[in-house]
Design a protein around this ligand. Structure first.
Ligand SMILES: C[S@@+](CC[C@H](N)C(=O)[O-])C[C@H]1O[C@@H](n2cnc3c(N)ncnc32)[C@H](O)[C@@H]1O
Length: 203
């Protein structure tokens, strides 16, 4: 993902080129086990509305929708959203091709949960406060951001950009109460010891 590209990661074209080249090395072909565990533990009612920003091929999206949750999947790369639409069938999935940073224009207080998986590490670091603000804006009162943040050992120019515990505190604590923050022991093998599983409650 760090090879030289014509576009900035702030642009959909940067990501679409990755889909066109089939260079989606982040994709594990299944939902992240810590996120599946965290969602199960919440015992959410099936009318729960869940947003998955930067959803990629949507393994978390399909997992959640198959449990009956109302899932909105957002990505600004056409390669991601068309792949999801092709598989949606009767599942309760709305797949939106758009920039996540525009969601507060028409989705204020629309979701009970935001599920974050390797989207925060994909955005330019200078957008991190804006990410915290937009995810807060789209959540209902008491809404929660369930996140699996990637503390990649990539120290070169990202994406992915490293997310430390201090970064989570710095960018989210103004907008969210940090209810839970743990190093999961069920991360994918090549991400062991490099992830933070969080439950953040909207302030
Ligand atoms: C590293 S991938 C992760 C995909 C998926 N969450 C996963 O874990 O498999 C990051 C995704 O975020 C999307 N993305 C990055 N910035 C975005 C933005 N501003 N709005 C919408 N999608 C964005 C990219 O197109 C890409 O599909």
């Amino acid at each position: 993902m760090t090879k030289e590209r014509k576009h900035s990661p702030r642009d959909a074209d940067f990501w679409q080129a990755i889909y066109d080249e089939g260079d989606t090395g982040w994709d594990k072909g299944e939902p992240a086990p810590p996120l599946v565990r965290a969602i199960n533990a919440l015992k959410l009612p099936t009318d729960t509305r869940i947003l998955v920003p930067g959803c990629g091929f949507g393994h978390e999206v399909f997992h959640l929708a198959s449990q009956g949750f109302q899932v909105t999947a957002v990505d600004f790369a056409e390669g991601a959203i068309s792949a999801i639409r092709a598989r949606t069938g009767d599942l309760p999935i709305t797949a939106l091709l758009r920039d996540l940073f525009s969601l507060d224009q028409d989705h204020t207080a629309s979701f009970d949960i935001v599920l974050e998986h390797t989207c925060f590490c994909a955005i330019p670091p200078e957008m991190r406060d804006a990410y915290a603000q937009v995810t807060r804006a789209v959540l209902t009162d008491n809404g929660r951001l369930i996140g699996l943040f990637y503390e990649t050992d990539n120290d070169e120019d990202g994406p992915p950009h490293k997310t430390t515990q201090a970064d989570i505190d710095q960018h989210f604590s103004e907008h969210f109460e940090i209810v839970r923050l743990e190093r999961p022991n069920d991360s994918f093998e090549n991400r062991q010891g490099q992830e933070w599983l969080t439950e953040l409650r909207k302030r």
